[in-house]
Design a binder for this molecule. Sequence first.
Ligand code: UD1
Ligand code: CA
Length: 459
Amino acid sequence: MNQVVILAGGHGSRMKSAIPKPMLEVLDVPMLGWVIRACEKADLRRICVITGYKSQYIELYLNDKYSTALQSERLGTGHAVMQAVPFLKEEILGNTLVLCGDAPFMDSETIEQARRLHEAQDNAVTVITAKLENPYGYGRILRNETGITAIVEEKDATDAQRKITEVNSGAYWFKTSDLIELLGGLSQSNVQGEYYLTDTVGLAISNGKKAGAYLSENNDVILGANTRKDLLHLNEIARQKVLDKHMENGVNFVCTDGIIIGTDVEIGAETTILPGTILKGNTKIGSRSKIGPNCIIENCIVGEHVNLNYVQAYDSMIEDNVKIGPFVHIRPNSHIRSGVKIGDFVEVKNSVIGEQTAIAHLTYVGDSDVGKKVNFGCGTVTVNYDGMKKNRCEIGDNCFIGCNTNLIAPVKLGKGVYTAAGTTVTKNVPDYALAVERADLKMKEGYSLKKLKGKIDKE
Ligand code: UD1
Ligand code: CA
């Protein structure tokens, strides 16, 4: 069976990061996650991740789905792969792909095509390479008439070798049994005093084995990040790729400023995304909707013909023909049914809002089940928290909630209930009743004239 070793021991000291470098995100996925996805897409599911710096972060992320091996001392890429030898020995037949956990754009097509070449040539090792205008810092590919002969690192190279533009991507296919044998032959005799995985190429040839190189057409496969500036560059590339994909699918952008769309987001044709909009996680948006400006939508299902303007919505469902905004917060586990209108300064949390209900302004609806065609007056509050626990409110179809109503949960309003403005509802209200809770209004004639003597202009 074919398997994968991913090198992810990097610290990323130049990033000044408290977490391992491969855990830093490009769009909304850690770089390591990009690499794992490329493997999964190429149908490679036996994976060992080599950890080092703060390995617990990577273990938490992998969540027991894949194996790890700890490299407790950082002695080079060859030494890193040595830590996977017990893993490799469990499955000695077949090939092993070695990848860098901080090169997120390695793709499944490149992996597959390199494997085909590797198998067709019956190589012990096949290096994935790319040609760069500026090859500085990368290992250079040395060739003679018969093919690749060795890889030489920047620091170990002669001036003539440094002019070579074909570079090592840091990704390789090995015949697993040959890899184990070649790792045993590595030494630290180089400028950096490290066990270089790259030395396996020269070593294979001197041991009478075959080595090959697969030149990738996609130069992005070699891109990694050593600095925050590099990371921003990777994000810019990824962002544009995602935008291009959506435009091919018929999504409309008038201006892409501040628009960041996660890798897994799906958007229907003829939907317009306006500036400042961030779409994250497993978000799906239907067609002919208008999202933005300035929305954050994370893990939400949004229907067709929906209009979200200055909305933040998380882990919720918003059905067709809904209009929300501006300045609205839809908190997790909310279900906004079709035809609902929610206006400015409204917060909804863990609630169902029935079809065609209107919540026009300055209202909090939390832990509530709201029926159809309810009208919320300005300043309604579902008082869901008694200081100890959260309670639910139930509001029947066609209720008309007066302005500044407090609904003290748990409480139930039947169908078609009216509440008078300013009412605090502490008891269940039967169908079609009016709940009014008000002290008598008293008048004190001439009060302000006495109080503000001389300050008020008399007519
Ligand atoms: C390596 C290659 C170089 C190639 C380049 C591509 C070697 C000797 N050189 O160089 O030919 O062009 O990648 O980016 O392999 N790592 C560990 N443990 C270690 C050392 C490294 O896990 O002891 C991991 C790093 O975290 C990283 C990967 O291996 O994910 C590559 O290491 P890095 O130091 O970036 O390699 P380079 O010197 O850039
Ligand atoms: Ca190095």
